[in-house]
Ligand binder design. Structure first.
Ligand code: GCW
Length: 704
């Protein structure tokens, strides 16, 4: 069971970090609480998460000289009131007026509440009021105030209701408990070791996790899976004799509204329970899962549920028993249902042992072909977790058609915050704009619903990000990669946020006290805004994907996957490049989309340039919408990409002295590496296509 099919060393790009006891404050430095900490603050309500709010406010006020009251208290001169609406009358007259006024305002909308996690803000007569119906809502309201900073107090604001669009906002940690010989402590981890596990055991010091839970709550994350979806022997036991370790993490995260989920192996009844089978139709198997779930809820009453990678890359699954994935998912769902738990069942199912000669098998088709026939058969507490693109977290892919094709199934969209295919946290690659594009994609064309709508609300499965964090002093290896983690939470809360505004929030929170905030903000935008497109420029062209070095997936290797069983090919020859996925002459993948996209992608003429080689095999002289030929586009973007990275590095240099030297140095080091790596990409890709095509660069630049 522990022999997952992972193609080579997967976290080998970085040496294990030096153990450290201090770490960067990320987006919650004490200064971020200054505006709040200088005020008089009343906290009204009770419950463990309200205690958390009080504790945060108390710490801020102790540091910056403010005052805190907890209701009931009648000597109140607060200029910020954080209150549960149903906790009774408020001592502060203005706040009480807002509370009373809010009731009809809220009642008149939607379900008449602020929701499980929502809150209302208003400022009037010198008092800022945050109201919530639940302690979790109050906590999110507090972090809203932190985000606004001084602006919380600068002018009157009408009452405004805030509710998360997506109720499930989750991070999946691909952390192993035991260091795996191939995938290491954290599979695809580029930020050191795990903050939960080390060398086969739980890390007993929870200080790091305590800081992490605050970061998560402050960006809106409310669930995490604490172990890798490739479940090896040691990790399988988190469900049974190592459950205590999971319970301890859950205890730490609970006061910040973050629920714990566990990745489990489908073979658990066999490998842990000693049964001869894991067949979903076997009564002993059902009983085993029911008992296992019962034990979990005894220890962790608010346990979120299971996460399962089945029949994928060597992980066991229902296919072994001639059952389908609805049978498999419903088995686990049945065990969790009495307790309100949910199964996140991954749709990443494809044949990783295909023959490269076989042109009829298309990995992009696999998830849809497996799952669409099962629509309507999944239990209510199953969430089908679908990677955003049909292949594998590439820097450019179309949106997975599966997300659009199962109206009777709860769906979550999965994005990769850890930068496996986007520079492994050595390259600056700000992914907010990419995820925003995915979430706003309208499957049936403009005017129809979006991907965000599919995953939104109580029935939607939400947004899941594969975590990019570890025990690195900067949390994410590359300090600027913190912004990606922040963004995944914020975009899950509100997928319509402008990613530029999210970046602004992150900058403001992370560096609240810098000498020249405008220069810092401007430079960070210059460095980060287009960094994802820059990365795309110097790597695989026009959506064709991969071309990375097999195994660790860092750096160029144009033909690295071309003759392998993994199903990721570009088919370059002397005449052209790209994968024919049309219905007319190719694999038929375009037929998995509804109109208008089925037609747009089918047509070479209408297909967007950036996805042309994903859908079509075209000659090098094919002219793009941009007016350039494909081959000239390849040359131009690769030269431009490197120039952009060089410019980034120069801009970053000019920030020396404006931010902490350790942050500056770490980013500077990584930019040197990014320039080196981008240059290597440019030269290998350009040379490869020059040699294949024989077409010279129109501008006579150096190609090797
Ligand atoms: O992209 C691939 C990665 C694997 C990963 C797999 C998955 C956890 O290379 O390392 O395994 O995706 O998403 O399951």
């Amino acid at each position: 069971m522990s022999t997952a099919a992972t193609d080579g060393p997967v976290s080998g790009a970085e040496p294990m970090p030096v153990q450290t006891t201090t770490w960067h404050a990320a987006w919650l430095p004490p200064e971020a609480f200054r505006a709040l900490g200088t005020r008089g603050v009343l906290v009204h309500g009770s419950g463990p998460l309200v205690d958390t709010v009080l504790d945060e406010v108390t710490r801020a006020c102790a540091r910056y000289g403010g005052r805190v009251w907890r209701s009931p208290s009648w000597e109140v001169d607060a200029d910020l009131v954080l209150a549960l609406r149903d906790a009774g009358p408020l001592a502060n007259a203005t706040a009480e007026a807002v509370r009373l006024a809010a009731t009809p305002a809220v009642n008149g909308r939607g379900d008449g509440t602020l929701g499980d996690e929502g809150f209302l803000t208003a400022r009037t007569a010198g008092v800022t009021v945050v109201l919530a119906d639940t302690p979790a809502g109050l906590l999110y309201g507090l972090f809203h105030v932190v985000r606004l900073g001084a602006a919380t107090f600068d002018a009157d604001r009408p009452a405004r209701r805030h509710r998360p669009a997506l109720s499930r906002r989750m991070l999946d940690h691909w952390d192993n408990v035991a260091v795996h010989p191939v995938s290491g402590q954290v599979e695809r981890g580029y930020a050191g070791g795990s903050i939960f596990w080390r060398d086969g055991a739980a890390r007993r010091d929870t200080a790091r996790v305590r800081d992490y839970r605050r970061l998560l709550a402050a960006c809106g994350i409310n669930a995490i899976a604490v172990n890798n979806v490739n479940v090896h022997d040691t990790e399988a036991r988190l469900l049974t004799d190592r459950l205590g370790d999971v319970a301890e993490i859950a205890d730490v995260l609970r006061p910040y509204g973050v629920r714990v989920h566990l990745a489990v192996t489908f073979a658990a009844p066999v490998v842990l329970g000693g049964l001869p089978t894991a067949d979903p139709y076997d009564d002993r198997v059902r009983a085993w899962w029911a008992a296992a779930a019962g034990r979990v809820y005894e220890r962790i009453p608010d346990f979120g549920g299971f996460l399962v990678k089945a029949d994928s890359e060597g992980q066991p699954g229902p296919f072994t028993y001639g059952r389908d994935h609805a049978d498999g998912a419903n088995l686990l769902a049945g065990a969790l249902a009495p307790y309100g738990g949910v199964v996140h069942w991954r749709a990443f199912v494809y044949d990783h042992r295909q023959d490269w000669r076989d042109r009829s098998t298309d990995r992009a088709r696999a998830a849809y072909d497996h799952f669409v026939p099962l629509d309507g058969r999944f239990a209510d507490n199953v969430v089908l977790q679908v990677k955003f693109g049909p292949v594998d977290f590439q820097p450019r892919e179309p949106v997975s058609p599966l997300l659009l094709a199962m109206p009777a199934t709860r769906m979550a969209v999965e994005v990769q915050v850890t930068q496996e295919y986007t520079g492994q946290q050595r390259h600056v690659c700000w992914l907010g704009p990419w995820w925003s594009e995915v979430l706003r994609f309208a499957p049936r064309g403009d005017g129809g619903g979006t991907v965000a709508d599919v995953v939104a609300g109580a029935r939607g499965g939400g947004l899941v990000g594969v975590a990019n964090t570890g025990d690195d002093p900067f949390w994410t290896g590359h300090p600027l990669a913190q912004a990606n983690l922040y963004a995944v939470g914020r975009l899950a809360w509100d997928p319509h946020l402008d990613p530029g505004a999210v970046l602004d929030e992150w900058i403001g929170l992370t560096w609240p006290a810098t000498g020249d905030p405008q220069r810092l903000r401007r430079t960070l935008h210059e460095v980060m805004d287009d960094s994802w497109r820059t990365y795309e420029c110097y790597t695989a062209p026009l959506g064709v994907g991969f071309m990375v070095r097999p195994g660790h997936h860092y750096g160029p290797d144009v033909d690295g996957y071309e003759y392998t069983p993994w199903g990721t090919y570009h088919f370059a020859d002397r005449d052209g490049v790209g994968v024919d996925r049309t219905r007319a002459t190719g694999t038929g993948f375009t037929g998995q989309y509804p109109a208008p996209w089925s037609k747009v992608y089918e047509s070479r003429e209408r297909c967007p340039d950036e996805l042309l080689l994903f859908f079509h095999h075209v000659p090098y002289h094919h002219v793009l919408h941009s007016g350039r030929t494909v081959i000239q586009h390849i040359y131009d973007t690769h030269f431009a990409g490197v120039e952009q990275v060089v410019a980034m590095r120069e801009r970053w240099r000019r920030l020396a002295g404006l931010i902490e030297p350790d942050v500056h140095d770490r980013v500077a080091e990584r930019l040197d590496e990014q320039v080196r790596s981008a240059t290597e990409w440019r030269d290998q890709v350009n040379t490869y296509f020059f040699r294949k095509s024989g077409v010279p660069d129109a501008h006579g630049r150096r190609i090797w």
